[in-house]
Design a protein around this ligand. Structure first.
Ligand SMILES: Cc1cc2nc3c(=O)[nH]c(=O)nc-3n(C[C@H](O)[C@H](O)[C@H](O)COP(=O)(O)OP(=O)(O)OC[C@H]3O[C@@H](n4cnc5c(N)ncnc54)[C@H](O)[C@@H]3O)c2cc1C
Ligand code: FES
Length: 346
C-alpha cells in the first residue's frame, strides 16, 4: 500500500547537448546501460583503471564502485568528471560527454555451450562456443563472458570473422592468467559441454576503410582481433600492404602460424610477418627478431603513413602507441585495444 513511496527502479540520464535520454536500472553502471542501448561510449578496462570512460556529471547523484580518483586527475575531478564504468546513478542525472554520442549495435545476452578448447600454445586455448541463436558483430569487437561459479564477466575479442553477417559459432583465444578466476576455471578441467553466459557485441576496434598500409602490432592473445580483422579484409579483397609484428615470449608461445601463413599466401598485396621473441634462450636456433616487440617500430619505414592496429597487454600497447606518435603517426591513424585485467587496477 506504500508503493508510492518506493524509489523508482530506473533513473533517467539526460545527455546535455544531445537530443537523447537513457533509463538506467538501479543495479547497472552508466557504462553498462549505455553499451546495452548501443551508445558508443569509449571504454577500455571497465574496472575503473584506464579513465577512458570519463563523463562530466552536471547534475544528480551517483554511487561509485571504485573512486574515480583512482583513474582521473585532480583537475578532472574538480571539473566534475567521473567514470561511467564505476558510476551507478542514484537519482536522475544530467551529464556531458567530451565527444558527440554515436549509436552502434545494441548488446544482447546469449547462452553459449563450449564445443572445444584445443590448446594453441602452452598458455592459450581456442575457446569455441555455440550460441543459442545467431549473433552479428564486427571483427575487432569483443564479448563479455561469464562462467558458473565465477563472479562477474570477462571480456574476450572475437578471434574469427564470420563468413556470413551473423553466426552461432564463435572462437576466442583465451590466455591463462594464473590466479585469475575465469581462466583458472577454464584451464582446470575439460570444460566441453559447459554452459556460459555471453553478452555482446561490444567495442569500437575495427578495420577502417582506407587505402593506407596496415601496421598490426599484437602481443600474446592480442593476436585474436588482429587475425579477425585481417580475415575480414581478405574476404573483402583488400590489397593494402600489411606489416604484422607479433610479440611472444618464446618460440613455443608463437601460435596461429598456419592461419597467418594462409593470410600471407592469399593476401592480394605485400604481407610482412615479423615474429619477435622477448625471452627465447640465447643458445636457441631462433634466427628471427628478439627483444620487446615495440623495439621493431624503429626499424619500420614510418614514412609509409601506416594505419596502425595495436592489441595486447596494456603496457605493450601504451609503449607502441607512444613510439608511433613519437615517430610521427597521427593520433587518429592509431586504433588500440588493451587487454586490461584486474591486476591492472591501480
Ligand atoms: C576489451 C578486452 C578484450 C579482451 N580480450 C581478451 C582476449 O581476446 N583474450 C584474452 O586472453 N584476454 C582478453 N582480455 C583480458 C580478459 O578479459 C581477462 O581479464 C583475463 O582473461 C583474466 O581473467 P580472469 O578471470 O582469469 O582473471 P581475474 O580474476 O580477472 O584476475 C586477473 C589477474 O588480476 C589479479 N587480481 C584479481 N583481482 C584483483 C584485485 N582486486 N587487485 C589486484 N589484482 C587482482 C588476479 O590474481 C589475476 O592475476 C580482454 C580484456 C579486455 C578489457
Ligand atoms: S573503462 Fe572505465 S576506467 Fe576504464
Amino acid at each position: 500500500m506504500f508503493s508510492f513511496l518506493k524509489k523508482p527502479q530506473r533513473n533517467k540520464v539526460i545527455f546535455a547537448s544531445e537530443a537523447r535520454t537513457l533509463l538506467v536500472a538501479r543495479d547497472k553502471t552508466l557504462l553498462e546501460a549505455m553499451l546495452t542501448e548501443g551508445l558508443a561510449m569509449p571504454h577500455d578496462c571497465k574496472v575503473g583503471s584506464c579513465g577512458t570512460c570519463k563523463f562530466k556529471l552536471l547534475d544528480g547523484k551517483i554511487r561509485e564502485l571504485s573512486p574515480s580518483a583512482l583513474a582521473l586527475e585532480r583537475d578532472e575531478l574538480l571539473a566534475g568528471y567521473r567514470l561511467a564504468c564505476q558510476a551507478i546513478p542514484r537519482s536522475d542525472l544530467t551529464i556531458a560527454l567530451d565527444a558527440p554520442l554515436t549509436v552502434q549495435q545494441t548488446v544482447d545476452d546469449y547462452r553459449a555451450t563450449i564445443v572445444s578448447v584445443p590448446r594453441l600454445c602452452p598458455d592459450i586455448i581456442n575457446l569455441t562456443v555455440e550460441l543459442d541463436r545467431p549473433l552479428s558483430f564486427v571483427p575487432g569487437q569483443y564479448a563479455d563472458i561469464g562462467a558458473p561459479g565465477v563472479d562477474g564477466l570477462r571480456s574476450y575479442s572475437f578471434a574469427f570473422a564470420p563468413i556470413a553477417g551473423s553466426t552461432r559459432n564463435l572462437q576466442f583465444h583465451v590466455r591463462h592468467v594464473p590466479g585469475g578466476a575465469f581462466t583458472d576455471w577454464l584451464f582446470a578441467d575439460d570444460r566441453v559441454g559447459a554452459s556460459l553466459t555471453l553478452r555482446a557485441p561490444y567495442g569500437a576496434f575495427h578495420l577502417k576503410q582506407s587505402a593506407a598500409p596496415i601496421l598490426c602490432i599484437a602481443g600474446g592473445s592480442g593476436l585474436a582481433p588482429i587475425i579477425s580483422i585481417l580475415q575480414e579484409a581478405l574476404a573483402l579483397g583488400a590489397t593494402r600492404p600489411v606489416t604484422l609484428l607479433y610479440g611472444a615470449r618464446t618460440r613455443t608461445n608463437l601460435y596461429c602460424l598456419d592461419e597467418i601463413g594462409r593470410l600471407k599466401a592469399t593476401w592480394r598485396g605485400p604481407f610482412d610477418f615479423i615474429p619477435v621473441l622477448s625471452d627465447e634462450a640465447a643458445d636457441s636456433p631462433w634466427q628471427g627478431a628478439r627483444g620487446p616487440v615495440t623495439q621493431q617500430i624503429a626499424e619500420l619505414p614510418i614514412e609509409m603513413r601506416y594505419e596502425a592496429y595495436l592489441c595486447g597487454p596494456p603496457a605493450m600497447v601504451d609503449l607502441a602507441e607512444a613510439e608511433l606518435l613519437e615517430a610521427g603517426l597521427a593520433p587518429d591513424a592509431i586504433s588500440a585495444d588493451r587487454f586490461v585485467d584486474r591486476s591492472d587496477v591501480r
